[in-house]
Ligand binder design. Structure first.
Ligand code: TTP
Ligand code: MG
Length: 391
């Protein structure tokens, strides 16, 4: 099914908040960052960018480039609260929203086509809603996938609104430099330049075998070729909310066998259980996330008859969910275990005393050790069964 993804990114976020709140900063080159001699620039207003000032630049350089600039330390607490306001507002525009950083995120609009009108109209509506609520300007990109949507929001910054469709890829995306590919950092960028790949189009038309050899990574080569051709199946993942407690791990090398996967699931379940107990939460829903070598991502979840905060219950469900997924021998790039559906504390304490008294004592002891000697001191490795053992 064709998807519709929106990416938004606030313009000069920290600086714009300050310009909004202080009349004296408006229309001026404003630089927010560390003011100590070794401080760096967090961000600069667009007026300051004309002088070449940008994020992560040493403050001393910024001062040299922009002599008439206004330099301030900023107020992270305020930016965090404005950010929360924006994400809360945007969750009204789509139930599936994934924050990517303090000032940017994805909204999945797939299936909402009938209420959206044209993507441009909906993008306008979202920009206007953000501006009405916060007085700030966002740039928005809309496309059939995450990669293209993120690229789009950046194309006409500031105050941009850009739609990229499948038909635009050759004309709009291919002439852009390779460094515009999301995930291509300095190192990969340099390697690509060394082998004469300058534009995204060069990658799109490249030979997989050669690129894979040049980059020393078949996986990276495949990933880049896919993106350069405008293909990106990664889902919008609303995982970062306060409504769930979870952990995930990306592996240096893909996991091939089940025993190793189970060992990782157990270790993730232990971390999640510890967090639940620390925060006094009881969860009813357990979910497992599996990302395969080809970046396809799958989730499975189940709801327990009774809520839990114990590693062994979380692990048992995670293991069952993992085995209900047929991966046909494909390697695993990432595993995640997450819990949600938190219950009411009074209801839970009933289980606590009547049914789970023994379990509770055991986990109290484990947590005392973890607090004293670190989280990895106690593990229940024997919980992982060997292949030849029966249930
Ligand atoms: P960005 O979205 O990368 O930058 P921006 O919003 O300032 O400017 P624009 O999107 O219009 O290009 O980052 C968001 C905020 O995160 C930014 O306002 C300040 C902070 N930040 C840092 O503190 N250090 C950094 O190196 C970067 C890149 C951002
Ligand atoms: Mg931004």
């Amino acid at each position: 099914m064709a998807r519709l993804i929106l990416h938004f990114d606030m313009d000069a976020f920290f600086a714009s908040v300050e310009q909004r709140d202080n009349e004296a900063y408006r229309g001026k080159p404003l630089i927010v960052g560390g003011l100590s001699p070794r401080g760096v620039v967090s961000t600069a207003s667009y007026e300051a960018r004309k002088y070449g000032v940008h994020s992560a630049m040493p403050m001393s350089t910024a001062k040299r480039l922009c002599k008439n600039g206004i330099f301030i330390a900023g107020n992270h607490k305020k930016y965090r609260s404005v950010s929360n306001e924006i994400f809360t507002l945007l969750s009204r525009f789509s139930p599936v929203i994934e924050p990517l950083s303090i000032d940017e995120g994805f909204l999945d609009l797939t299936g909402m086509e009938s209420i959206i009108g044209t993507p441009i109209d909906y993008g306008m509506k979202i920009k206007r809603a953000i501006c009405d609520a916060t007085g700030l300007v966002a740039s928005v990109g809309i496309a059939p996938n995450k990669f293209l949507a993120k690229l789009a929001s950046d194309l006409e910054k500031p105050n941009g609104l850009t739609v990229i469709t499948e038909g635009d890829i050759e004309r709009v995306v291919w002439p852009l430099p390779v460094t515009r590919i999301w995930g291509v950092g300095k190192k990969t960028g340099e390697k690509l330049r060394l082998f004469n790949y300058r534009t995204i189009g060069d990658i799109a038309k490249s030979d997989y075998e050669s690129l894979s050899r040049e980059l020393g990574s078949p996986r990276l080569a495949r990933h880049l070729i896919e993106l350069a051709n405008g293909r990106d199946e990664r889902p919008v993942e609303p995982t970062h909310d306060a409504q769930s407690i979870g952990r995930e791990r990306t592996f240096g090398e893909d996991i091939k066998d089940d025993i190793e996967a189970e060992r990782e699931l157990l270790s993730l379940a232990e971390e999640v259980g510890y967090r639940l107990r620390k925060e006094g939460e009881w969860a009813k829903t357990i979910s497992v996330k599996i990302r395969l070598a080809d970046f396809s991502t799958h989730t499975r979840q189940k709801t327990l008859p009774e809520p839990t905060q114990y590693d062994e219950d979380i692990y048992a469900s995670a293991r069952e969910l993992f085995h209900s997924f047929s991966r046909h021998g494909r390697g695993i790039r990432l595993l995640g275990v997450s819990t949600s559906g938190f219950g009411d504390a009074a209801e839970m304490s009933l289980f606590d005393t009547e049914r789970d008294g023994k379990k509770k004592n055991l986990y109290d002891a484990i947590d005392t050790l973890k607090k004293r000697f670190g989280e990895n001191i106690v593990t229940k490795a024997p919980l992982v069964k060997n292949n030849n053992e029966t249930e």
